[in-house]
Design a binder for this molecule. Sequence first.
Ligand code: WAQ
Ligand code: MG
Length: 275
Amino acid sequence: MRASINKAHVSGAERLVDGWPLDRVLAELICRALSSHVMPDEICVTADPVDPASISYTKSLDVRTIDPSSHKEAYKISTKILRSSGVSAIAIERAFRLLLSGPSPDGNNMRGAIIMNALTGDRIEPDMRRGVRVSRIDYTGDARALLERGLKGHGVYHERVIDALAIATKVSDRDETLAELCWSDNPRYTTGYVASTASGYVRIMHMKENGALKGGRVFFVDYKSASIDQYIDYLERQPVIIDEIGHICGSENIRRRVKGIEACTPSTDAQKGRF
Ligand code: WAQ
Ligand code: MG
């Protein structure tokens, strides 16, 4: 689904479903578009078939939440994680500047993501207005339910986390990806994330100022190893289903311990289905 106003991106979402719940899922996507922070003047829902034999299966990234004291500290923490994933200081600075100012050349939000050379900070996506849209990603029903329970149990549930974790997992599964940076274009949703295979999915609160209308995604790639066409084809077209959920931790500052939920342990201790 994609929704826009005056051709500018407002909201989008992707699902991958097995036949029967299609009517329910289509209705959900339209409701999502209608509950955007502004009323779109165009909603486009597309459904197309996927060959079951082409689906690959994966496990979601581990989830952590950091609650920094300020926007400035959020920037520092993000930089540290991105640097340790192999992204250069210049690329990080450029990525932040683009997402703060509106990443499309006209200063609007994009529908998709920026692909950035992690060394030079150059943009590589063929269409800088549209970006690259990660699609054909979803959870099995069991995995989705387990994730929802885990997030709620740790007091970090939001519908956006479910979608964003799916995208981040698909993106990080590719060798070309060193890391991802994201925050929402929704002015009221200020938690963003940095993700990579090494760091997992790190939710970072106060990533942007409350009320800021700009957001987006940057996929930092190792340009040398990237066949950009194959990379984009994977992101847009390869069907991927998450059938296993990684470890989930509560917020690292305001940990709301819930009865029966264990304290956060390193991801190596993660076991399927245990939070
Ligand atoms: N593929 C690539 N880029 C996308 C996609 C996609 N499927 N969906 C959105 N984008 C880009 C696009 O430029 C949007 O403007 C931008 O990302 C933000 O999209 O764990 O809700 O849907 O609490 O506003 C982060 C969740 C939420 C943090 C991110 O993004 C957390 C979010 P939004
Ligand atoms: Mg969205």
